[in-house]
Design a protein around this ligand. Structure first.
Ligand code: 5GP
Ligand code: MG
Length: 181
């Protein structure tokens, strides 16, 4: 079995600078408004932790987990919430914080799940925006980095539960079909 190789894509410094800018932009857009950030576990946990510390406005924090049927490297589109939302988001602005927006299926389903809680608005903030494989017209309202291709790990992103702890983002190469996804 070949050894997976990690190619640097985004450095820790690049990520931190961009997250700081994004934090300012989100703060300006929602100033004076009730805002709940909803992080999608597990992948968004690092991005979420960095982003909230760059905000200049008070926010509430919530996390959700979704279950997706089918292979793990592509979304099946059959997404559901694994638990009820713990925070009341009725009449508050909801900002979904996601690691990667890829096909867009996960977020599309998530938006319709969250709409049942009657928030004032729902927007999407993604650390990575991969538009190439998008199969719906969903766009990230906020995105740190557009990335064309490759399977990324680090900064919360995993490959078979590995690499989430890395502070930078890498493309993983030399994957074989026997490697765990
Ligand atoms: P989609 O937008 O296709 O429904 O699903 C996006 C999800 O697929 C992301 O939240 C992430 O969990 C996973 N994903 C998509 N691309 C990548 C990638 O390059 N690396 C990792 N680790 N996960 C990815
Ligand atoms: Mg995810």
């Amino acid at each position: 079995m070949s050894v997976p190789e990690l190619l640097p894509v985004l450095s820790e410094a690049e990520i931190q600078k961009r997250v700081t800018d994004l934090g300012r932009q989100i703060s300006a857009d929602y100033r004076g408004e009730p805002l709940v950030l909803i992080g999608v576990l597990k992948g968004a946990f690092v991005f979420m932790a960095d982003l909230v510390r760059r905000l200049e406005i008070p926010v509430e924090i919530e996390f959700i987990r979704t279950s997706s049927y089918g292979k793990e490297d592509t979304s099946s589109g059959e997404v559901r919430l694994l638990h009820e939302l713990g925070t009341d988001i009725r009449d508050k602005h909801a900002l979904i914080v996601e690691d990667i927006l890829d096909t867009g299926l996960t977020i599309e389903k998530l938006i319709s799940c969250l709409a049942a809680y009657h928030p004032r608005s729902i927007r999407v903030c993604a650390c990575i925006d991969k538009t190439e494989r998008r199969i719906n017209d969903l766009r990230a309202d906020y995105a740190c980095f557009p990335v064309d291709e490759g399977f990324l790990v680090g900064y919360g992103l995993d490959y078979g539960e590995k690499y989430r702890y890395l502070p930078a983002i890498y493309a993983i190469k030399n994957l074989t079909s026997e490697d765990p996804k």
